[in-house]
Design a protein around this ligand. Structure first.
Ligand code: UFG
Length: 328
């Protein structure tokens, strides 16, 4: 089975590529390396290129006889998406459409898509199930929702079968120590906390402590990146076995506040981590917690690292060793 992974040199993509490879798939990674790391792609073929290059997409699908696509290539910064919406519509929607068209023309029938909890916006109730109404509060979430809608149409019209995986907060690193989270700029809480603990960053701010939550700080559902990666393998397996198109949430069903994350990281590391309190970050919902019962029931997804301490411990091992710098 030949699988094309777009965005496979990114944080989540590189863990997906590794899981696919270990499960015996032939993997071709396509990444423009704008944010990704070549050294993060641990198996299969690597092609540097962009989704906007339709000819390239056609030739990859033909030359490698691609059976299915896992599509993670996208811009993914919520803040940036509100300053430069066109960038998000262009890459995540328009370039994504190129991929769908190439799949149809080359008779590639299976697609697993990297979606986000940001499609829900401010939830009406938690835990969030997949039938919760979608009302994204930022362009990033909206661009992902548009792509989901396009997949639905392409299923109806061309029989393209897809699984959309709506990620909650991906965190942690592979236990091999070879791949982990390395964004530039880094905006995510756990790596920022760990960078602060390592002295790589001066300040750590809690964005708002007046939310209607148990300690006033935002609550999120953190999921280990390897558990996330495993879900992609189950999804592609399911599709090739005849699974109908599906949307699944991916989280642990357990919410932790920003303060609790910092406290847990202090415990894992064994030293206090100082944090100030800053303003709220625009567009941040107070609480995002997933119900992932559907994927557990339908595909037997069984997260191996559900607890926050383990998630942070694996991220800490990665950061402590210097991330990709150490591997160079
Ligand atoms: N936070 C801080 N200080 C920081 C960084 C983050 O207090 O320095 C807070 C945020 O305000 C938020 C929580 O920590 O309350 C988690 O923030 P992250 O940036 O780590 O993650 P988000 O929940 O904002 O974003 C994640 C994904 C997005 C996705 C979103 C869905 O990274 O891609 O969930 O809402 F869109």
């Amino acid at each position: 089975m030949n699988i094309l992974v777009t965005g496979g040199a990114g944080y989540i993509g590189s863990h997906v590529v590794k899981s696919l490879f270990e499960a015996g798939y032939n993997v071709v990674t396509l990444d423009n390396l704008e944010k990704g790391h070549r050294e993060a792609v641990l198996g299969g073929e690597f092609i540097k290129g962009d989704l906007k290059d339709r000819e390239l997409l056609d030739s990859i699908m033909k030359d490698y006889e691609i059976d299915g696509v896992i599509h993670l290539a996208a811009h993914s910064l919520v803040g940036e998406s509100m300053e430069n919406p066109g960038k998000y519509y262009k890459n995540n929607v328009s370039n994504g459409l190129n991929l769908l068209e190439a799949m149809v023309d080359n008779d590639v029938k299976y697609l697993v898509f990297s979606s986000t909890a940001a499609v829900y916006g401010e939830p009406r109730e938690v835990p969030i199930t997949e039938d919760h109404p979608t009302a994204p509060t930022n362009t990033y979430g909206e661009s992902k929702l548009f792509f989901e809608k396009m997949m639905k149409r392409y299923d109806e019209i061309y029989g393209l079968k897809y699984v959309s995986l709506r990620y909650f907060n991906a965190a942690g690193a592979d236990l091999s120590g070879k791949i982990g989270e390395d964004h530039d700029p880094e905006t995510h809480l756990i790596p920022i906390v760990l960078q602060k603990a390592l002295g790589l960053r001066d300040k750590l701010y809690i964005f708002g402590n007046d939310y209607p939550t148990r300690d006033g700080t935002c609550i999120r559902d953190y999921i280990h990146v390897n558990d996330l990666a495993d879900a992609h393998v189950l999804a592609i397996e399911g599709l090739t076995r005849g699974l109908e198109s599906r949307i699944y949430n991916l989280g642990n069903g357990e919410g932790y506040s920003v303060k609790e994350v910092i406290e847990t990281a202090s415990r894992v590391i064994g030293k206090p981590i100082e944090a100030g309190v800053g303003d709220r970050r625009p567009g941040d919902p107070a609480v995002l917690v997933a119900s992932s019962d559907k994927i557990k029931e339908e595909l037997g997804w069984d997260p191996q690292y559900p607890d926050l301490e383990t998630i942070i411990e694996t991220a800490w091992q990665w950061h402590k060793r210097g991330g990709f710098n150490e591997n160079e």
